[in-house]
Design a protein around this ligand. Structure first.
Ligand code: GDD
Ligand code: MN
Length: 371
């Protein structure tokens, strides 16, 4: 073996539309890290603002800068995982690309992780010396609440499991990687909850700063992803999270169905069959709309594709409805228990709808590579 010259630390920076932050973040990291061989790996999801081009133009001149550009994909956690998987360094750090995380902490973190017997160092907002800057009351409350929920439900003892700023030994990360859910925003929580044995960690305080340039990508759907991550971790991945999401939306869809049915009968005085048809169509639209927004947000259909998807969804689910009635009637004729027969029909219908729509309406896109 020759003299080791590879990076000892990879700083993974997930980016989506962060073009105006790239140069600043590189310069600040360069100022902070001296006694170690480091690299920055930007993982960009084909940002329309040209973040990846900007990174690559710097990388052409500087081998410490790398870029992974993902096509047809979105997701903060999965981007971080792919960045970490591409590294051969002993230590991996994850840091946002908008300078909200205090990069000067990287040197403290590397000091701790290389000298002490810890596998993970977490930048924490919720301890003496840390803070969330001028977040409004609502965001502070929801962050606290989400933190407590994960601590109680998953038994996580970190003070700030929602933090996206941490450093981990590569072998520790690789021991968790097979169990990761890799969805949503909460990569640290995912790692800690996936570890085969509890990771030895240390926490260091930092002040969550104002965003340097650009806009936040955090929106309401992140909350849904967060709940799915908790459920996925709790159920040990026996059921795919997208099926759970599909099932929850379907259950709410039943209420929507009954509300429309009652409304059509009582307010518009429609005949039962007409009211039921309206209710079925209304519930199908509701299911399609929410699944497109939440379950399949990474493959969200819009414009013309939205309407095409809606038609495919209605047709596919109609087959599911026929299967539902067929199975239920068959079992009812044989055994006569109506609740059992009805439930069996629903189960077959839901599984059919889930599998068939995932193939027909939201098929996994293959990136178009122009060779
Ligand atoms: N590759 C990729 N793909 N990067 C993404 C995506 C995506 O789909 N979505 C967001 N990012 C990048 C952003 O460009 C940014 O560098 C970083 O992930 C964080 O995203 P922000 O939009 O700035 O989120 P935030 O500031 O609201 O969230 C931060 O606070 C949370 C705690 O409240 C992040 O640090 C989270 O990790 C943290 O959990
Ligand atoms: Mn941010």
């Amino acid at each position: 073996m020759g003299v080791s010259r590879g990076a000892q630390l990879s700083v993974i920076v997930p980016t989506f539309n962060e073009v105006d932050n790239v140069e600043e973040i590189i310069e600040r990291v360069r100022r902070v890290l001296h006694e170690i061989r480091w690299e920055i790996i930007f993982v960009d999801d084909d940002s329309p603002d040209g973040t990846a081009d900007k990174v690559k133009s710097i990388a052409m001149l500087d081998p410490q800068i790398r870029c992974i550009k993902r096509i047809g994909r979105r997701g903060l956690s999965s981007a971080c995982i792919e960045g970490m998987m591409s590294s051969s360094a002993d230590y991996l750090a994850v840091m946002d690309g908008d300078l909200q995380h205090d990069e000067s902490l990287l040197s403290t973190m590397i000091d701790i992780i290389s000298k002490e017997d810890v596998e993970l160092v977490v930048g924490t907002r919720y301890m003496e010396g840390g803070g969330v800057g001028d977040w409004d009351k609502k965001r502070q409350m929801s962050s606290r609440w989400a933190t407590q929920l994960s601590q109680k439900l998953l038994g996580v003892s970190l003070k700030d499991p929602m933090s996206g700023f941490f450093m981990i030994k590569r072998h520790a990360f690789e021991s968790c990687v097979g169990n990761l859910s890799s969805m949503g925003f909460k990569i640290l929580l995912d790692i800690v909850a996936s570890a085969p044995k509890p990771l030895v960690f240390k926490e260091v305080a930092f002040q969550f700063r104002e965003r340097h340039a650009g806009e936040s990508k955090l929106d309401q759907r992140v909350i849904w992803d967060y709940f799915l991550l908790l459920i996925d971790k709790k159920l040990g991945s026996h059921i795919p999270a997208s099926l759970i999401s599909f099932g929850i939306i379907g259950s709410i869809g039943v209420l929507v169905h009954l509300s429309i049915l009652g409304f059509c009968l009582n307010v518009f005085s429609l005949l039962f069959t007409s009211a039921q048809i309206c209710a079925v169509l209304g519930a199908m639209f509701f299911n399609f709309y929410l699944n497109n927004l939440l379950t399949y947000r990474d493959q969200k259909l819009s414009g013309f594709d939205f309407y095409l998807g809606l038609i495919k969804f209605v047709l596919t689910c109609s087959v599911g409805a026929v299967a539902n009635v067929g199975v239920a009637s068959f079992i009812y004729k044989g055994y006569g228990y109506w609740v059992f027969s009805g439930m069996a029909g629903i189960l077959v219908g839901v599984v059919w709808n889930y599998v068939a729509t995932s193939l027909v309406v939201w098929p996994k896109k293959r990136p178009k590579i122009n060779a």
